[in-house]
Structures are given as structure tokens and as C-alpha cells.
Design a protein around this ligand. Structure first.
Ligand SMILES: C[S@@+](CC[C@H](N)C(=O)[O-])C[C@H]1O[C@@H](n2cnc3c(N)ncnc32)[C@H](O)[C@@H]1O
Length: 515
């Protein structure tokens, strides 16, 4: 038995959404809703030594359920940014902008001048006694390096309700202090702010803590062009996993939506991927160490085979052997690599030569269907079919072959088949190792659905039959596409794909009913 959150009477009934507070009656639950609403999530914040604060599901979560929608505490330009409007955070058109008459910072128009977002740096600049003068608009501008930090430092004045929450976030100041990044930040922001704004109101420690909080908790938000940085409160407590169970989407206001592409069981940890889940293990680990200052030990990082996909493996050096080579020890990717079949050993320098060449060839490739096919044919001598470089080029091919409906109708059969084969392969691979990369999976499902639909059209033209299995497969993938992209805003290309996918899905359902 628990106590009712309103009258403390003993009760077994809990709020069914969060499973965390109890009520003796519907009446008391209704009465408490205004208070409880803000904390009514299907998870709780827990804490342990390894992860710090993290989120744990307090009930079973259904597929596609949104578990959190949250507005940012603070947002601003990225640390390295060309001049952007300090209202809407979109890039400035050098021939069409205004200067804030109070402080001189460029803004794209009058509506942006009145936005609260700009108040922090505006006030601080006014105190300086001299307006800002930005004249160079091409490329990163040093003045913008400090803007978001200034917004964090003045959050108590611009949005007092958010200030207390911001202070509670992790800055990892003790771990960061003295590192190369910390020293660079001290010079470019920590020393710059007092000098440029002619103020002594912030201590060095306060500034460095704000920078740390931004670095540890900041998200890149794609709703502006270029993307900006934002810090959320509850979403900040989500731990990292390179095989996460939550997808992250943003609505057009830049609010964060965390949702579950698959069912999550009660008591499971909730996670997102802080890094790029498409990167191989060493790159992800390096990125997480540099930016978030921890060593990831998630299930994917612990599995040298990348969940049986051999995403980083190379073919055995012995061309007679069909085995695959992986690091001899999980924790020593720079040591020897050995074949799982014949046990032959090679030095890291052997695969470095192959991987560096493949990486350079991709970078320098004139991106055409023929060049991508040439790459795959050449590197299949060394790289297995699901290797990350092979997968990257297959992804390119899926996108390059028949880019739109018109091209799809005239693309040669062999290329259409290639598109279908690679899209199927990639969906199969990425659903295993990056199941929460919903934008990429949604796009691939759309490409596969439309290529299969075109193939069905061609078969029915030749035989006057519509192969039902192919139609069913096309419907399966367009359905998947809608599920993966369902929270994408129509300001993104994925939002447009979603709209088209819904139209295609309804049309396909109709055809299936008739045939
Ligand atoms: C955005 S914060 C997450 C919340 C943080 N744990 C707290 O208590 O405020 C990111 C930091 O949490 C820790 N963290 C997150 N995921 C982790 C993981 N899988 N393993 C170890 N530490 C992790 C790291 O210190 C990381 O820099």
C-alpha cells in the first residue's frame, strides 16, 4: 500500500502514466493534476556511481510512445559559427539584415529583434558602452564563440524559472579542468568575456562551469540553418548507449521529443546515442571521450562483432580463407588483428593501409552510380559486405539510383534491382546496430518501398499480373517509413517524405483491397 498524494490515505492505485504517485480516488488524482503534470513521465531519475543521474522506465513503454517533450532551458549559436541572427539563429544574409539599435548585433529582421532570446547579449553589450560591429559574414566569426555562454551566464535574468534547473546540470568541471579543450575555452571564452564586455561580474569559475554544462549537455538542433545548440533539463539525464532505446526528434520550435521506436520494459535504462551511431567503435569511443569525457561500455561497445554484423571486420589476409579478422583483444584495436577462422594474425598497419585508402577514395569520389559501383567491386577483396565503408557507399548508391519518381520510371532494370538489394541489406544491418537512427531508416524504407513498387509495375506491364508478395513488401516498408518518421516536422526533408509515404501507403492499401 502507498499513501495518496493528496490526503495520505492508504491506497493501491497509482497514476497509470508514470506509476510513481498514488491516489485514493479519481477525484484526488484530478485535483493533483496541475501539480503532478510536469513530473508525470513513464520514468524516474536514478543515480549511481558509474552513470551519475540517469533515467529508468517505471512501466512498460509501448512502441512509438513519446516519453518526453521538452522546451530548451537555453539556446544559442554553436561555439564555432558564422554570423547568425541572434533572434531566430538562422544565417545572416549579408545584403539583407538589420543591426539591433541597442547593441549592434546583426538580426535578420524586425520580428527577431523582439524575441526574448537576444536579451542576454544585448544587455551585456549595452553595458560595454560600445556597439558590436560585425562586418565579415563568410566563415566562423570569433565574436559568436561566446554568445551561448553569455546566455547561460545570464539565464537568471532572462528566464529565472530555468536558472535553478540549469545550475543542477553536470558540468564535469573537475574532470575538464586543465585539459587542452578547457585551456582553449579559457582563452577563447573565459578570458574573452570579461575583456570584450568590460565586466567583472562573472568569475572565471562561473564562466568555465557554464562552458562545461553546455559541452556536457548541449544538443545540436537542426531546426535552424546552420544548426544551433540547446540545453534541455530532463532530457539531459538520459544516458548514452551506442545501441540506445530512444529516438530523438525535434519539432519546428526546437523542442525535443524523446520516443521509443520499440517496446521498452519496466526497469530498463532509457538511453540515446550521444555520438554518431554509424561510426565504428574506435571513432565513437574517441568522440565520447573527447566531448563527454567518459569511456562507453554499452552492449554494442562490448561486442567486438558489432552484434554479429562484423561492421568493422576485414576479410582474412589469406585469400584462400573465408574468415574475418577482428582485433585480437576488444580493448586493443591498435594491437594485432586475427582471423576468426584460420587464426592468422596481421599487424594494425596492414588494415590501416586498406582503411585509409578506402576512406580517401570515398572522400575524393566524384559521387556517381558508376564510381560507387567501382568502389564496391574494388574493395570487396578486403572488406566484407556489411563493413562500415561498404555500407556508406551502398547508402550513397541507394540515394543516387533513381533520385525521384521520374527517374525511377526509366532507370534500367539492373540498377533498380541493385537499389532494392542494397536498401534491403542496409535496413537489415541498421535495424540491428542503429535501431534508433529513425531518419535514416525512414528514408531507406521509403526508397525501398518505391523501388519495389516500380519493380511491381514493370512486372505487371510484362505479364498483366501484379505480384501480391511484392505489393505486400512495398506496403510493409512504406508502413515502416511512416512509423520511423512520424514525429518529423515538415520543416525537414524527412517531414516531406512522411507526407508522401502516407499518400503512397493509402494508395497501396486501396490497390491491395481491390486486387
Ligand atoms: C548529459 S550528462 C547525463 C547526466 C549525468 N549523468 C548527470 O548526472 O547529470 C552526460 C554525462 O553523463 C555521464 N554518462 C552518460 N552516459 C554514460 C555512460 N553510458 N557511461 C558512463 N557515463 C555516462 C558522463 O559523465 C557524461 O559526460
Amino acid at each position: 500500500m502507498n499513501s495518496c498524494n493528496v490526503c495520505a490515505a492508504q491506497t493501491k492505485n497509482k497514476c497509470s502514466n508514470c506509476n510513481q504517485v498514488s491516489y485514493c480516488s479519481v477525484q484526488h488524482q484530478k485535483q493533483d493534476w496541475r501539480q503532478h503534470k510536469a513530473n508525470c513521465h513513464p520514468f524516474k531519475i536514478a543515480e549511481n556511481e558509474l552513470l551519475g543521474r540517469h533515467l529508468i522506465a517505471t512501466r512498460n513503454i509501448k512502441p512509438y510512445e513519446i516519453i518526453l517533450k521538452e522546451a530548451p532551458l537555453v539556446r544559442g549559436p554553436a561555439q564555432i559559427s558564422a554570423p547568425v541572427c541572434l533572434g531566430c539563429l538562422n544565417s545572416i544574409e549579408p545584403t539583407d539584415y538589420i543591426k539591433c539599435e541597442m547593441c549592434g548585433w546583426p538580426l535578420c529582421g524586425k520580428e527577431c529583434k523582439s524575441l526574448d532570446e537576444h536579451k542576454a547579449e544585448c544587455r551585456l553589450t549595452q553595458g560595454r558602452g560600445q556597439k558590436v560591429n560585425v562586418e565579415e559574414f563568410n566563415g566562423p566569426h570569433p565574436l559568436y564563440t561566446c554568445v551561448t555562454t553569455v546566455r547561460c551566464l545570464l539565464i537568471g535574468e532572462t528566464s529565472p524559472a530555468n536558472a535553478e534547473k540549469f545550475q543542477q546540470l553536470e558540468s564535469l568541471e573537475d574532470t575538464r579542468r586543465g585539459s587542452n579543450q578547457w585551456k582553449a575555452d579559457l582563452a577563447s571564452i573565459g578570458h574573452f568575456i570579461p575583456k570584450f564586455f568590460k565586466t567583472s561580474r562573472f568569475s572565471e569559475e562561473e564562466i568555465m562551469r557554464a562552458i562545461g554544462t553546455l559541452q556536457v549537455n548541449g544538443h545540436e538542433i537542426p531546426t535552424s540553418d546552420p544548426p544551433h545548440v540547446a540545453v534541455f533539463y530532463v532530457a539531459s539525464f538520459t544516458e548514452n548507449s551506442c545501441l540506445p532505446n530512444l529516438a530523438k526528434s525535434f519539432n519546428k520550435n526546437g523542442h525535443c521529443i524523446l520516443w521509443a521506436p520499440k517496446a521498452i520494459q519496466k526497469n530498463e535504462h532509457l538511453s540515446i546515442c550521444y555520438s554518431d551511431a554509424l561510426l565504428p567503435r574506435p571513432s565513437r569511443q574517441h568522440h565520447l571521450k573527447q566531448t563527454k569525457l567518459f569511456k562507453c561500455a554499452c552492449v554494442r561497445c562490448q561486442d567486438i562483432t558489432d552484434l554479429g554484423t562484423y561492421y568493422s571486420a576485414i576479410k582474412c589476409e589469406d585469400s584462400q580463407c573465408v574468415g574475418l579478422m577482428l582485433p585480437t583483444k576488444l580493448e586493443d584495436w591498435n594491437g594485432t588483428w586475427s582471423c576468426g577462422s584460420c587464426k592468422k594474425i596481421v599487424q594494425k598497419s596492414y588494415l590501416d593501409r586498406i582503411l585509409e585508402r578506402a576512406s580517401k577514395d570515398i572522400q575524393n569520389m566524384d559521387k556517381s552510380v558508376d564510381n560507387a559501383i567501382k568502389f564496391l567491386n574494388h574493395y570487396e577483396k578486403w572488406l566484407p559486405s556489411q563493413h562500415f565503408h561498404m555500407s556508406e557507399v551502398k547508402m550513397l548508391l541507394v540515394q543516387l539510383i533513381a533520385k525521384d519518381v521520374q527517374a525511377l520510371m526509366v532507370v534500367p532494370d539492373d540498377k533498380l534491382n541493385l537499389k532494392i538489394i542494397y536498401a534491403r541489406e542496409l535496413i537489415d544491418l541498421y535495424e540491428k546496430i542503429t535501431p534508433c537512427e529513425v531518419r535514416m531508416l525512414g528514408m531507406l524504407c521509403f526508397e525501398l518501398h518505391s523501388a519495389i513498387a516500380e519493380s511491381t509495375r514493370r512486372i505487371s506491364l510484362q505479364t498483366s499480373l501484379s505480384p501480391r508478395e511484392l505489393l505486400e513488401e512495398s506496403l510493409l516498408y512504406v508502413d515502416k517509413c511512416v512509423n520511423y518518421l512520424q514525429y518529423e516536422s515538415d520543416i525537414f526533408i524527412e517531414g516531406h517524405i512522411l507526407k508522401q509515404a502516407k499518400i503512397n501507403r493509402d494508395a497501396l492499401r486501396m490497390v491491395m483491397r481491390i486486387s
